[in-house]
Design a protein around this ligand. Structure first.
Ligand code: SF4
Length: 235
């Protein structure tokens, strides 16, 4: 039976609590990178498996030793280092372009100054860089040592939110960032915002699969209109 919680903020909070009971409520940050390194890492991770983007990131560090050297390295050497990623031929020139722009704007390849800006201003600064959208800016602020209060929305998170009816799937991932972040309680800490991203993402990876979501094993079935529809069709 579908349980309807008409207030969307209450609904989102209920989902958060239920998923936190399954995946944890104090989830360890998976990176301790400085924000410049996190920007490179996020950039490499676009449409790439974690294992492969980690390998590409390590290759860059081991081959060049600093972002300064990556910035001025021969393009084919950068492309070769990031070969484990998808589209290395596109990411290599774009990565160097971003590094050059950061060096021009800051005088150094160091983004630690973002800690002095509020989150919207820091996100705006990052999103002025080519190829940096809301997911990357939120990732840099949240996952790096800045530990900022920003919500990244990846494809798993997006799919779970859409199936639960929290967002309309037609709005796309960019707009979903604004909508989903506004639905979280304003007094959520950065850690709680990070937890929210993690539990939604993990649920998409472990239960709410892209093809054939495991609705009958899902703790959210009573709250999920998609799950109710899919399970009633299967009967
Ligand atoms: S009930 Fe099914 S569609 Fe809904 S969140 Fe769970 S797995 Fe996804």
């Amino acid at each position: 039976m579908l349980i309807v919680i008409p207030d969307k903020k209450e609904f989102v909070l209920e989902i958060h609590h239920q998923l936190s009971a399954v995946y944890g409520s104090q989830i360890k940050y998976f990176h301790d990178l400085d924000p410049m390194s996190e920007l490179v890492s996020s950039f490499l991770s676009h449409r790439t498996k974690n294992k492969d983007s980690r390998q590409a990131f390590d290759n860059l560090c081991n081959t060049f030793g600093s972002w300064e050297v990556v910035k001025d390295a021969p393009i084919d050497a950068v492309e070769s280092a990031i070969k484990p990623c998808t589209w290395p031929e596109q990411k290599a020139p774009r990565l160097q372009q971003v590094l050059r722009l950061v060096a021009e704007r800051c005088g150094t390849l160091n983004l630690d100054f973002l800690a002095d800006l509020d989150v919207p201003a820091a996100r705006k600064w990052l999103e002025e860089l080519p190829g940096v959208g809301p997911k990357t800016s939120a990732a840099v602020l949240s996952f790096s040592t800045l530990r900022g209060k920003a919500l990244p929305v990846d494809s798993h998170h997006f799919r779970v939110a859409a199936r639960l009816g929290i967002i309309d799937a037609k709005i796309g991932e960019a707009k979903a960032h604004q909508v989903l972040e506004k639905l979280l309680p304003p007094d959520f800490t950065a850690q709680e915002v990070y937890n929210n991203h993690q539990v939604m993402m993990r649920h998409g990876q472990k239960t709410c699969f892209h093809y054939k979501p495991a609705c009958t094993q899902c703790v959210l079935l009573n709250l999920c209109p998609t799950g109710q529809k899919l399970t009633s069709q299967a009967m």
